[in-house]
Ligand binder design. Structure first.
Ligand code: CO
Ligand code: ZN
Length: 332
């Protein structure tokens, strides 16, 4: 499992540039599904045929990044954000463009740190002029954090844990689940970080009876953190509410009952800032009953996001239980 997470987090695939991660996930899941397809936006949809109602699971493949907007005469690259990248996390970070070009983020002089915004930052790709920079990258090229995977024992840390850990949980659950009662659509979505876009089109196409997003959530267990009753290592998190969705009470109950009956450690989650693919799925067509299985994560959207293997394992178990369960009660 850790090797899978290492493989997935090492890939640079910001929103809109998911080709590389999609190919990697395709090769991981192709032997564990009956059908596999890619829709027009690039969502990867792996189907396990069944006779029951349709469940859509959604884990997003994309990650936050930076997009080149301008190259100055000295060859410094100015950039904008792709998704939730904040300037105070960036100075001194190393980044990699999807074509492999590496740079480091520099900063103009500031009299007051409060003046810091993305306009004060630039990517230095080692070019000596605009012309030499243009040989390496073009306007519109995207970069992501360049940070490795580290195994801390019970806990692991990497960039893009949001949401490659959700992808890894879904892949592992597919591998472990032998019989599905429902027709299961495992969706690896695109462009979540810029507005749940892949979830919107894939849910419209699949037209599911039940939707479950698998994504990271925050924690309240670090010094002076935002108040939140979720901690690393206390189990998978079953979402009640975030800014994009209020979990359907029957879906939340289905997840709680499955966890209780099978001894899966879980925590109830209210996330006050942030959303997930369920935000788009539940508003599809005439509405889809939806919920979220979350993996608690520290330092979300930083170059080093940390999760606990106890929570990862509990999340795999819960996803697998939903795949093999009779979900008819949640749909009544
Ligand atoms: Co995110
Ligand atoms: Zn996410």
């Amino acid at each position: 499992m850790k090797d899978l997470v290492k493989r997935l987090t090492s890939i640079s695939s910001p929103s809109g540039f998911e080709d590389e991660i999609r190919e990697a996930i395709k090769s991981e899941v192709k032997d564990y599904c009956d059908e596999i397809r890619v829709d027009a936006l690039g969502n990867l949809i792996a189907v396990r045929r069944g006779t029951g109602p349709k469940i859509q699971f959604a884990a997003h493949m994309d990650e936050i990044g930076m997009i080149a907007t301008d190259i100055d005469e000295k060859g410094f690259v100015r950039f904008s954000n792709v998704g939730g990248v904040s300037p105070h996390r960036l100075f001194g970070q190393r980044v990699r463009f999807t074509n492999g070009v590496v740079g480091t983020i520099g900063m103009e002089k500031l009299d007051d740190i409060k003046e810091l915004n993305l306009d004060k930052l630039f990517i230095d790709i080692g070019a000596t002029s605009r012309e030499s920079a243009q040989e390496l990258i073009s306007i519109g090229d995207c970069a992501t954090y360049l940070h490795g995977f580290d195994d801390l024992g019970q806990r692991i840390v990497a960039k893009a844990m949001d949401d490659r850990i959700g992808c890894a949980v879904l892949i592992e659950a597919m591998r472990r689940t032998e019989q599905c009662q429902s027709e299961v659509y495992c969706t690896f979505t695109v462009q979540e970080e810029v507005g749940l876009r892949g979830a919107a089109t894939s849910a419209f196409g699949i037209d599911p009876d039940l939707g479950i997003a698998i994504d990271v959530t925050g924690t309240g267990d670090t010094p002076e953190s935002r108040r939140m009753a979720v901690s690393l290592g206390k189990g998978t998190a079953i979402k009640v509410k975030d800014q994009s969705v209020i979990a359907h009470p029957k879906v939340k109950q289905l997840l709680v009952d499955l966890a209780e009956r099978n001894g899966v450690p879980y925590q109830l989650e209210v996330l006050t800032a942030g959303g997930t693919d369920s935000g788009a799925i539940h508003l599809t067509r005439d509405g889809v009953r939806s919920g979220v299985i979350s993996i608690p994560s520290r330092y979300i959207h930083c170059p080093s996001e940390m999760v606990d293997m106890i929570d990862v394992e509990a999340s795999v178990k819960l996803v697998s239980l939903v795949m093999s369960a009779d979900i008819s009660e949640a749909l009544q």
